[in-house]
Design a protein around this ligand. Structure first.
Ligand code: PEP
Ligand code: MG
Length: 561
């Protein structure tokens, strides 16, 4: 059968009978070993070897797992969304600060939050695992944890949490700060106590299979990364560029957040421009570091996307500090912050709409992108062609408006620096209207990147952060088979994508097209991206090998058909 077999036999009256044989089940590690052995023995071709490995199973090789014997004794207390794979065990902490402090004293930490926000980033970095009560597969916790390779379970509605008292109840037990729990981010299971984990290990077979995969695939594979460390990790795992740098993630460090808050609360353009000036060195430094790590590979930088209220302070101490810094009263700061409140922030003042109201933000980001590219090209000799990506576009004129701001600034910077740097301006396709009018949008956009997190949210009309709560009922009732935020809905959202690819290329035949929603690392969605003729997929660093393998499998299956 040219594969490892699981055989049943019996011996009766001295006679050997074979009862049945079938392909044996195997771990990911064993699958790679068997495939390579069979190639070496001349039993199968490298193509067959590549096709036989389940792409998703590579997660087992790239993330820690529980010790199988220890796991047998584990008690499952609850289950929720497997938002980021891997096993983690540690002591519960309820705030990012406490998680960070505990980590610094050598503790293994599990951060438990109602939901995470960008302000929690340092605590998330410190944690072995993250557990959130709310949120879906594309919520902040899920996306960021996946990027960092940290185990995460999200949307655990069974938890009754009291963050102030620092306790929660799950499966009939109340947990307090410092108690141990264990998370399996690959299955979504939450265990009682401290279960031993094993480090991930990659063998030489992994590299062989991956290089075979690379020789068959047509799709390029990029990564979603906004720190040099994540980008370097992704390159190690085979990323050929950055498909999405979410610039908002760069503003939350303690030194920077007061500056962006000052920008948001500015009353006049002049004040705002002054505040933005202070941010330029940080942004530019970040972009330079990314360009350096990527050594001339393509880097797509997405301009500020989230609604501004996500940046404003909620903590009394931070509000007071900001008031002092801006020469305002605490009441004035509070009232401006509350003016930013929106009923549906996901459909509110965000994405390119921010640049329409405040073109100075796009100007600052353009200056940072272009100056950084010119400097790194000169300093390191890389040929850098920055790709600036405008989010949440729904109309050609809207894109044109922002593009004009970008071009004007970029050309000014180039003239100042006497540079002939080439750059591209493109857009995300994440609003159904943009897909419907993709031919018009392509008049202005040099590339499309499908933001399928938002495109899924807006096509289904349910919130990516809240849908987890009721989707379980949909699976139980067999209305939906799987989470459309994890596995692309090819029937519905897929139609919009296919249409946008055709319409976009009808206008601009050499339009570069990719995907940067979380589906870019899901094997069946990657196969769909191959089928519709995208140029690349972009996914979180640890999913890069999965995407490489899935892309190869799609190309092989395509050739066979
Ligand atoms: C998306 O919407 O698919 C996307 C990549 O952008 P974000 O997740 O940052 O909204
Ligand atoms: Mg989006």
């Amino acid at each position: 059968y040219r594969d490892m077999q699981d055989m049943e036999f019996t011996i009766e009256d001295g006679k050997l009978y074979f009862l049945q044989t079938r392909n044996g089940k195997r771990t990911a590690q064993a699958a790679l070993q068997i495939a390579c052995d069979l190639v070496d023995e001349g039993m199968i071709t490298p193509q067959e070897a590549v096709s036989r490995i389940e792409a998703k199973s590579l997660d087992q090789l790239l993330h820690p797992a529980f010790d199988p014997d220890a796991l047998k004794k584990g008690t499952v207390m609850g289950q929720a969304l497997p938002a980021s794979p891997g096993a983690a065990a540690g002591k519960i902490y309820f705030t990012a600060e406490e998680a960070k402090e505990a980590h610094e004293t050598g503790e293994r930490v599990i951060l438990v939050r109602l939901e995470t926000s960008p302000e929690d980033i340092e605590g998330m970095h410190a944690a072995e695992g993250i557990l959130t009560v709310r949120g879906g597969m594309t919520s902040h916790a899920a996306v960021v944890a996946r990027g960092m390779g940290t185990a995460c379970i999200s949307g655990c509605g069974d938890i009754v949490i009291d963050e102030k008292k620092k306790q929660f109840t799950l499966g009939g037990k109340t947990y307090f700060e410092g108690d141990y729990i264990s998370l399996d981010g690959s299955t979504g299971k939450i265990y009682d106590g401290d279960i031993q984990t094993q480090e991930a290990s990659i063998s030489g077979n992994f590299g062989r299979i991956m290089s075979w995969a690379d020789s068959f695939r047509k799709l390029r594979v990029r990564t979603n990364a906004d720190t040099p460390a994540d980008a370097a990790n992704a390159v190690r795992l085979g990323a050929e560029g950055i498909g999405l740098c979410r610039t908002e993630h760069m503003f939350f460090e303690p030194e920077r957040i007061p500056k962006i808050r000052k920008m948001i609360l500015s009353k006049t353009v002049e004040e705002r421009e002054k505040a933005l000036e202070e941010l330029i060195p940080f942004q530019k430094g970040d972009f330079k570091a990314l360009y350096e790590v990527m050594e001339g590979k393509p880097v797509t930088i997405r301009f500020l996307d989230p609604p501004l209220h996500e940046f404003v302070p909620t903590d009394e101490k931070d509000i007071e500090a900001l008031a002092k810094d801006m020469n305002l009263s605490v009441e004035e700061v509070k009232s401006t912050c509350s003016e930013l409140h929106e009923f549906n922030p996901m459909m509110g003042h965000r994405g390119c709409r921010l640049s329409v109201t405040y073109p100075e933000i796009a100007r600052m980001q353009t200056r940072a992108v272009i100056e950084a590219a010119i400097e790194v090209s000169k300093e390191k000799g890389f040929e850098i062609v920055p790709e600036i990506m405008v989010p949440l576009v729904g109309d050609k004129k809207e894109l044109k408006f922002v593009k004009d701001v970008i071009v004007e600034t970029a050309e000014k910077v180039k003239a100042e620096k006497n540079s002939n740097l080439v750059y591209h301006i493109g857009t995300m396709i994440e609003i159904p209207r943009a897909a419907l009018l993709a031919n018009e949008i392509a008049e202005e956009a040099e590339f499309f990147s499908f933001g399928t997190n938002d495109l899924t949210q807006m096509t289904f009309g349910f919130s990516r952060d809240d849908a987890g709560k009721f989707l379980v009922d949909y699976y139980k009732s067999k209305i939906y088979e799987s989470d459309p935020f994890a596995k692309l809905d090819q029937n519905g959202v897929g139609q919009l994508i296919e249409m946008a690819v055709t319409k976009g290329r009808s206008q601009r035949p050499n339009l570069k097209i990719g995907i940067c929603g979380e589906h870019g690392g899901d094997p069946s969605s990657v196969a769909f991206c191959h089928k519709v003729g995208m140029d690349y997929v972009s996914c979180s660093p640890f999913r890069v090998p999965i995407a490489r393998l899935a892309a190869a499998q799609a190309a092989i299956a395509d050739k066979r058909n």
